[in-house]
Design a protein around this ligand. Structure first.
Ligand SMILES: [Zn+2]
Length: 136
C-alpha cells in the first residue's frame, strides 16, 4: 500500500513526474504510485499499476490501469491538482484517491507529437509531425 502524506510540500501544482506519466504513458508501461495525496474512499491504493489502455479525451489524457486484477482509471483534472485515481464499482467510476505517479523503468522511447499531443509511435506519424502535417 502506497504511503499517504498529509501535504504536498506546499506546492499544489501537478508534479513533473506525474505530468510526464500522463503525457507519455502507453499500454504495458509499469507505473509506480509514488504518493497518495488524498484517499477519498480509504481504499488500499496499489504501489504499482500497469497501463491497459491510453485514451485521449477532450479534457486530456486518461489512462486505464490495472493492479491485482482490479481496474482503475487515472485522470488529470487540471494543472493545479495531482492525478486522480478512480476505481470501478457497480459499473460506475468512483473517485478514490489523489495520487502522484512515475515510471518504474526507463522512459518510453517515443516523443510527443506537437500537433495532436499523442506519442509518435509510428514512423508515419513521426514523419507527418516533422513537417507539421499531422491531421489528427
Ligand atoms: Zn500527431
Amino acid at each position: 500500500m502506497a504511503v499517504k502524506v498529509d501535504s504536498v510540500d506546499g506546492n499544489p501544482k501537478t508534479n513533473p513526474e506525474t505530468k510526464r506519466v500522463l503525457v507519455r504513458a502507453e499500454r504495458n508501461d509499469e507505473l509506480k504510485i509514488t504518493t497518495v495525496v488524498s484517499n477519498f474512499e480509504d481504499i488500499n491504493v496499489p504501489d504499482f499499476v500497469k497501463v491497459v489502455q491510453r485514451l485521449m479525451t477532450y479534457y486530456g489524457p486518461k489512462l486505464r490501469v490495472e493492479a491485482d486484477d482490479e481496474q482503475y482509471l487515472v485522470t488529470a483534472p487540471g494543472p493545479d491538482t495531482q492525478a486522480l485515481l478512480w476505481r470501478q464499482e457497480d459499473s460506475a467510476w468512483h473517485k478514490a484517491a489523489e495520487i502522484r505517479l512515475d515510471f518504474t523503468g526507463s522512459l518510453p522511447e517515443y516523443d510527443i507529437c506537437p500537433d495532436c499531443g499523442e506519442t509518435l509511435s509510428t514512423i508515419a506519424h513521426e514523419r507527418r509531425a516533422a513537417i507539421g502535417a499531422c491531421e489528427k
